[in-house]
Write a protein that binds this ligand. Structure first.
Ligand code: PHE
Length: 339
């Protein structure tokens, strides 16, 4: 009988299984209630005394061997089902990964930031929800100043001191309050105006405003800076400064770039003139410097503000400003190859 048990031990050791079912059948055969081991244990009392020891050891070995085998095979099959490669079809084509694209507003904004950082301007940002002081009063627009009407402001109804900024000049005020001259900074950001929405204008849009404050800054510096900027951005150098009015600059001008009239979009965006009005500029009014704690006797400076949306529309031939905020994937996808 002992020889038979030794045979079974060797058999159990050599046993291999492919499936859990085979392991279970093995377990039942050896370790189950009516399994071989229980049979041998029941046999124990019939074994001659002098053989009991050897017999006992043999069935214990068989039991341990079978139990170890079951445990080992179970663990092996568990692992295999976790990272089994047997069901994978390695010849299947991969799932396409959709890659996002940068928004045309961001593309143009980043280009403008690059152009100005090359001549030493840093980037400053501020809140879109502003107070009256930073959006108006500090900029030489006291309460009841008629020029406040130029900017159709969204006010918070319960608190007329709080509004959605109408320009990023508010960031320049914050910057001057917190940084001594010399100052060279640009402030990109979203601004809001209560305007009727059409293909050409929206109730929110984007600006980059620039500010340069130092000793002896002149209008010629302003003009050269704008000339440099437009040449870098558009590759076209022809600009035009039209006398204008802003409460926070004196003298003030409107900046136009000659773009041309090659496409229908050019016609639409330039209203058929070929000239694109990109923004306003001027020498910072001494009152503004004083309001912001800068000595207007010692320092002078220039400021300008350009609209990003219209520039993006021209550079990327987008004929309707509303496309920029509708988040239509078919539109946005087209900018994948841009920056
Ligand atoms: N803040 C002005 C606007 O939004 C633009 C501007 C900026 C004009 C700086 C002059 C100087 O209309």
């Amino acid at each position: 009988m002992i020889d038979k048990i030794k045979e079974l031990i060797a058999e159990a050791e050599a046993f291999k299984a492919q499936t859990k079912e085979e392991v279970e059948a093995f377990r039942i055969k050896y370790l189950g209630k009516k399994g071989l081991l229980n049979e041998y244990f029941a046999e124990f009392k019939n074994v001659a005394n002098d053989q009991k020891k050897e017999f006992g050891q043999a069935i214990n070995t068989l039991k341990n061997t079978a139990q170890d085998k079951v445990n080992a095979l179970k663990a092996e099959l568990e692992n295999a089902s976790d990272n089994s490669t047997s069901n994978l079809d390695l010849s299947r084509p991969g799932e396409p990964i959709t890659i996002g694209s940068r928004h045309p507003i961001s593309i143009v904004k980043n280009q403008i930031i690059d152009i100005f950082s090359n001549i030493g301007f840093n980037v400053s940002e501020g809140p879109e929800i502003e107070d009256d002081w930073h959006n108006f009063t500090a900029l030489n627009l006291p309460e009841y100043h008629p020029a406040r009407d130029m900017q159709d402001t969204f006010f918070i109804q319960t608190n007329p001191d709080i509004l959605l900024r109408t320009h990023t000049s508010s960031v320049q005020v914050r910057y001057m309050e917190n940084n001594p001259p010399p100052i060279r900074t640009i402030s990109p950001g979203r601004v809001y105006r209560n305007e009727a929405i059409s293909a050409r204008s929206h109730c929110f849009f984007h600006q980059v405003e620039g500010l340069y404050i130092d000793k002896d800054v002149s209008f010629a510096d302003l003009k050269q800076t704008l000339q440099y900027f437009t040449t870098e951005l558009f590759g076209k150098a022809k600009i035009r400064l039209r006398p204008s009015y802003f409460p926070f600059t004196e003298p003030s001008a409107e900046v136009d770039v000659y773009w041309g009239l090659e496409t229908e979009t050019d016609y639409k965006i330039t209203k058929g003139t070929g000239w694109l009005e990109i923004g306003g500029c001027g020498m910072v009014d001494p009152n503004v410097l004083t309001n912001c704690g800068i000595d207007a006797e010692e320092y002078s400076g220039f400021a300008f503000g350009v609209g990003i949306d219209r520039i993006a529309m021209l550079l990327h031939q987008i004929s309707d400003i509303r496309l920029l905020s509708e988040n239509d994937v078919r539109f946005l996808e087209q900018f994948k190859s841009a920056l």
